[in-house]
Design a protein around this ligand. Structure first.
Ligand SMILES: [Zn+2]
Length: 278
């Protein structure tokens, strides 16, 4: 619709709202795990994360449009005469690689892990907790791609459409829906891959970092081995002191000096976990 000339702001948010309703209905009709349908005292917290991060997303896309208008497309290197769909694919590749890089770094750098561990703390996977993420981490993840596209001069609609596609994808990637993607899993980071990224031990989740696309994991050697379905018992045993409430989770990364718990070897991806106080 945007390629045909429609304004993103007229169609994007409405389509996302309809998509959320469809995903919620599919979770009821085709659940992957019935145990994930039960509230675990997390729905309110996840709803706050969802609302907060979507506000950051949409505000970032709007801010990008303002800056783009003021700078006139920066270096002007973007191929604006290409068909919109091709521009969208190019923009999505750049933005998604940025998300992959920050996500991977977040499993290596102690303070980034403190911000990111909130995402791993969920004890079930369902459509809301694709956005269970610290607000600061949300900003950090988008920054490399936004800067790259801003300097290249990509039009705001490319950025906004990727953000919308990613928002819908995260609902499905974490959705409690029993679906299989077939060969598409070699392109898209779908639920059957991402569930392996939510195993309960830190040492087991060093891979499958892809946000929208799984190609980065295959190209850069971080695809986790897939052996049937991932375990339903999800969470993060190595961060037992994560508070359950939204404000507590926003404060948690700053509550203690980072670095005491996690020591990773950058060359082997192997990590040691000194326990609390040891
Ligand atoms: Zn992760």
């Amino acid at each position: 619709m945007v390629a045909a000339g429609a304004s993103y702001w007229r169609v994007g948010p409405f389509i996302l709202m309809v998509a959320a309703i469809v995903v919620m209905a599919l979770e009821r009709l085709l659940p992957h795990a019935r145990i994930w349908q039960r509230d675990q005292g997390d729905t309110r917290t996840d709803a706050w994360h969802f609302a907060g991060n979507l506000a950051v997303n949409q505000a970032s896309a709007a801010l990008y449009a303002v800056v783009h208008a003021k700078t006139g497309g920066a270096l002007g290197l973007w191929p604006s005469n290409w068909p919109f769909v091709v521009q969208f694919v190019l923009g999505a590749l750049i933005l998604d690689l940025g998300l992959y890089a920050i996500h991977r770094a977040s499993h290596m750098v102690p303070f980034l892990w403190r911000l990111h561990a909130i995402h791993h703390s969920s004890r079930r996977l369902y459509w809301l907790n694709g956005q269970r993420r610290h607000l600061l981490h949300e900003l950090l993840e988008g920054t490399p791609g936004f800067l790259a596209l801003g300097v290249l001069g990509a039009p705001p609609n490319v950025v906004a459409c990727y953000m919308a596609a990613l928002t819908l994808h995260l609902m499905l990637q974490h959705g409690n829906i029993d679906y299989r993607a077939g060969v598409l899993r070699y392109v898209f980071a779908v639920a059957e891959l991402h569930r392996w990224h939510h195993q309960r031990l830190y040492a087991d989740v060093q891979g499958n970092y892809g946000a929208l696309l799984s190609i980065w994991d295959y190209l850069l050697g971080t695809a986790l081995p897939k052996r049937g379905d991932a375990p339903l018992d999800v969470g993060m045993d190595d961060e037992p002191d994560m508070p359950p409430d939204y404000v507590g989770q926003l404060r948690w990364p700053f509550a203690r000096a980072p670095g005491a718990r996690l020591a990773c070897d950058a060359h082997t991806d192997k990590c040691d976990w000194p326990l609390n106080g040891e």
